[in-house]
Design a protein around this ligand. Sequence first.
Ligand code: ASP
Length: 441
Amino acid sequence: MTASKQKSSSGSGLSLNTRIMIGLFAGIAAGLLLRLMPGNWIDVFLIDGLFQIVGRLFINALQMLVVPLVVVSLICGASALGDPARLGRLGGKTLLLYLLTTGVAVTIAITAGVLVQPGAGADLSSAAEYTGAAAPSLVEVLTNLVPKNPVAAMASGNMIPIIVFSLLIGVALTMSGEPGKRTRAFFEDFNDVIMKLVSIVMYVAPYGVFALITRLAATTGGEIFGNLAVYILLVLGMLLLHLLVTYPLVLTLFTGLNPLTFLKKMRAAWLFAFSTASSNATIPVTLDTVENRLGAHNNVASFTVPLGATINMDGTAIMQGIATAFIAQAYGVDLSISQYLTVVLMVIMASIGAAGVPGVGIILLATVLIQVGLPQEGIALIIGVDRILDMARTAVNITGDAMVTTVVAKSEGELDEAVYNDPEAGVIRDHDKLEAAPSTV
Ligand code: ASP
């Protein structure tokens, strides 16, 4: 839970997010200014020189993170399941519900992205060297699930086999007794180191964003910024839909409990998730909410909540689904049905692979884009507005964890319905931790 440390890595007093926003707006201004200035040297030395180099370095740095981040965090996530015996009924049910809700989330997102077309008309096809790299067909993706050679898969950034391999290593770790424990401790430490590397790259993100956006604004029309506004509204709208329709429906369907009570009791956890943008950092509040406010027994919640914070990211999946559609449209790429199915699969995997810390979802978007051959420069378009979406999607992510915990607890006979139905249950007044927690962030 190094998450909250990550958010203000800036030494200048401005938060990272503010610096990225400044990079974005300064880039728009600089790009528009360059358009007004005459002279060939601007194109040669600035637009296709300096800004292109800095922008590419930043994209390279993002790509550099993807394979180590996915491998290490998935090994940790899979081995967090603990004793394989616990994987039995409880694990099966929990995983199924987590996958089901994430599948619904990404389907909603891609449908909305295809219907609303947030990227249509932006015409960036000339702004990046889109190579049109042939994306593998769904059959190929499925048959390549298990890598012949994991090192080759990592070297070529082939995400699905990498994910399968990492999950298998994680499972094997839990079954290997003492050596497994030692290796797991190593991977957990290594995970902290990789997260540090993420924060180093995020520290220079404002400059990368500035360079990429300057080049974009200097070479393309201004329509893209209208498209961005539609993208933000669409992501927020679909997050709300998932929160207020999908979760209440699943909860009522499986438990018959009143979903309004559930939503009301989630408020403190939302506040915390929103202000930290980290599911991991919110684990204590989510646990407190599901146990003391919603009545789930600790022996279910202590398993489902940390697991959910690691692998269940419905809000992240919604952002990634819409972002993929947005980037494809902005670059004028028509994705086929089988490519969209690949996107669904990849988004589910990428949201599993995303650690519950700020900003990781947007970095892992690269894994989805790689798989369908979309230009990763597209990430630069949306990273500048990502923090606000990160905050909102984290609130959705932890709501999914709490909802699934409630369903599993009820099905195991481990839910105290008297607590669930008591509006005052677990309310902590004044000086207590829940009231104080958000303000300490
Ligand atoms: N911040 C998200 C979370 O912690 C992950 C992400 O989408 O970046 O749940």
